[in-house]
Design a protein around this ligand. Structure first.
Ligand code: DX5
Ligand code: ZN
Length: 220
């Protein structure tokens, strides 16, 4: 199988030096840039909005993986598309109508993803599989970087891998939260093919070594 893709989360970057941080992780071998958008309402934290996404877009060739933790999301989908998102993921709980939101993202010409919180069952994605390019399994409760990986979510990754393979669809399976060199192997073994890592990449002295180690290709 192909090596997994690594999507460092900008939330863990030095916000006074965003341009250099993005350049550094691209040079270090990152595949996608994960952008965590928090509204202080859907999650108990506020991060940044489409203006930052737009400002960063010309600085890198990495695909922009925008993780919306905002409710409602619909009024902002066009703004993130125009800011340069390649993929936009949202939570079913953001409401009001998951299927409509995914149709809107696809209608904007972008890839669409659904995010499952630790307490959200895999069944939530079954009715919308035909609209998905990605399923994201949260392995922490959303809102903050640097939390501990919740191991009970590994079973969910495996169940979704089976669901995706049975569907025959081209859907990426991503994991986000507490991904480190210790927890990444469990995710990969369960069938994940994109790993988000904030602290484990931006907090490392050698980001290239961190990315290689999380990917599991050290010494390969
Ligand atoms: C949490 C965010 C994550 C977070 C990951 O709400 O969705 O992307 O930044 O950070 P780490 O890798 O530090 O757990
Ligand atoms: Zn995220």
């Amino acid at each position: 199988s192909q090596p997994v893709l690594i999507a460092p989360s900008l939330l863990a970057a030095d916000f006074t030096r965003l341009a250099e941080e993005v350049a550094a992780i691209e040079a270090a071998g990152a595949d996608w840039l994960h952008l965590d958008i928090m509204d202080g309402h859907f999650v108990p934290n506020i991060s940044f909005g489409p203006a930052i996404v737009k400002a960063l877009r010309p600085l890198t060739r990495m695909p922009f993986d925008v993780h919306l933790m905002i409710s409602p999301a619909d009024p902002y989908l066009a703004a993130f598309a125009e800011a340069g998102a390649d993929l936009i993921s949202l939570h079913p709980e953001a409401g009001p109508h998951l299927h409509r939101s995914l149709q809107t993202i696809r209608g904007l010409g972008k890839k669409a993803g659904v995010v499952l919180n630790p307490g959200t069952p895999v069944e939530a994605v079954a009715p919308v599989l035909d609209l998905l390019d990605l399923i994201l399994v949260m392995s922490v409760n959303p809102g903050f970087g640097g939390q501990s990986f919740i191991e009970s979510q590994v079973e969910k990754i495996a169940a979704l891998r089976t669901m995706i393979d049975r569907s025959g669809r081209d859907i990426r399976l991503q994991v986000d939260g507490g991904v480190t060199t210790k927890t990444a192997p469990m995710c990969i073994a369960a069938g994940a093919d994109v790993l988000v890592a904030g602290t484990a990449v931006f907090g490392a002295a050698d980001r290239a070594a961190a990315i290689t180690a999380i990917r599991g290709t050290a010494g390969a």
